[in-house]
Design a binder for this molecule. Sequence first.
Ligand code: PDD
Length: 277
Amino acid sequence: MLAYFNGEILAAEQIAISMDDRGFLFGDALYEVVHVYRGQLFAWDLHMQRLGQGLAELRYPDVRLEGLKAAAVALLREVEDEEVLVYIQISRGVQPRSHLFPGPSTPPTVLVWARPLVPLDAQVVAQGVSTVTAVDDRWAKVWIKTVGLLPNVMAKQAANDQGAFDAILVRDGMVTESTSANVFIVEAGVLRTAPVTNYILPGITRHIVLELAGELGMKVNLRPFSVAEMMNADEVFLTGTTTEVLAVREVDGHAIRRVGATSQKLLQALHRRANQI
Ligand code: PDD
């Protein structure tokens, strides 16, 4: 397998991350995951925009994002699967361990790889997935897509240990998102999802699904919802780069009234959009 590392395409075995890399030591790194449909990088510009906002918020010195696309395209020549994921990670670079930032001339560590996406079983997608709720105990800046995903990892594993597909995170009684996707409900034909605040990741798929909903004439309500409102909703679904649009059939053992009517329409619209690029 090949990967892009600091300006070069290398065999994966040749890549070694320094013991002093700040991504490794402090989680001082940002990442993006891009879905590739039939060789095309989907929503690339939106991913780069979010990455740029994260870099600015974390006060990284100027990182040139232009080379990333060429790197991704070069790696995609090696992976011929119909659906692929491109992963991009940028850390603040290498410096003997110190909480303080390194000098502005320290280059960032940039890694890009492409791997085949293993799609969920079609039957799982059709039936919807079961979920559990979990306390959202992440820090208050989860809108920045850092690699500091330990709370997400712990919640996802706890869900898996209970036989569920994912955990839906709850802060002060309100649903924020899931461990790696945004959460929508449908109430009397109206889509509802949490508004973008510092407590959710502004998902690219969320953004596109809201656009598609508009095109399909669906009404949208950007207001936070409680666990009780989610339990009483007509539908619940997740959105994300790897998740796409995925129906939820169960939350904490409670069956959701309906599975798939709206989410299937949006998934089809997402696929139409992805295949047009
Ligand atoms: N996760 N919320 C969280 C916490 C996420 O980690 C993700 C994506 C999303 C959905 O965002 P988008 O639609 O831009 O993928 C929401 C990626 C895919 C991951 O960690 O693998």
